[in-house]
Design a protein around this ligand. Structure first.
Ligand code: SF4
Length: 180
């Protein structure tokens, strides 16, 4: 990993239990092109907002807590800095931890984008769980686990790669259960 790679972020949460399974370090990247009405984090949209940190600093912070299950890349949209984030994800995996990535792009859009963007291809390869799709206010549901609106999908990327077709994470069985 190039340790001095700069990443523009709007903040971190060192311990979260709502941004993926287990105890997680959440990196909120700065910059988002989607502008979803009702966005939970509008201050993250400006491409020039936030502040820069090195990949090394992020890892340093991550390593401080051995109880973490993994890292969650949120935003903003991490896909905008995919290439810059790959090194962090590789080191997180080398520690035996996992990577969850949130994005406003759909899985299908990303499959197209990765054909011409090596950074996106590599970040998807380093992602264990992908939460895809824009936040749609009309489909917001506060009972959903790890996602904000019903259109979004929690995708098991390891099984998706192995089986060559989109496989949802088992947690979606609970999210897709009809309301009583
Ligand atoms: S993709 Fe996420 S960060 Fe971007 S505008 Fe939509 S809800 Fe906000």
């Amino acid at each position: 990993m190039r340790r001095n790679t700069m990443i523009r972020i709007c903040g971190v949460v060192r311990e979260s239990i709502v941004d993926g399974p287990g105890l997680r370090f959440v990196l909120f990247t700065q910059g988002c092109p989607h502008h979803c009405p009702g966005c939970h984090n509008p201050e993250s949209h400006d491409l020039d907002g936030g502040y820069e940190v090195t990949a090394e600093k992020v890892l340093e912070e991550f390593k401080k807590n051995p109880l973490l299950k993994g890292i969650t890349l949120s935003g903003g949209d991490p896909i905008l800095q995919a290439g810059e984030l790959v090194g962090i994800c590789r080191e997180v995996h080398a520690m035996g931890k996992d990577v969850m990535t949130y994005t406003g792009y759909t899985y299908e859009e990303l499959m197209e984008m990765q054909k011409t963007d090596e950074g996106i291809r590599q970040l998807l390869e380093e992602t264990d769980t992908l939460v895809d799709g824009r936040f749609i206010l009309a489909q917001r549901d506060l009972t959903l686990i790890y996602k904000g609106s019903r259109n979004q999908r929690i995708i098991d990327m390891n099984r998706t790669r192995a089986e060559g077709k989109l496989v949802l994470d088992p947690v979606e069985e609970e999210n897709l259960r009809p309301e009583e």
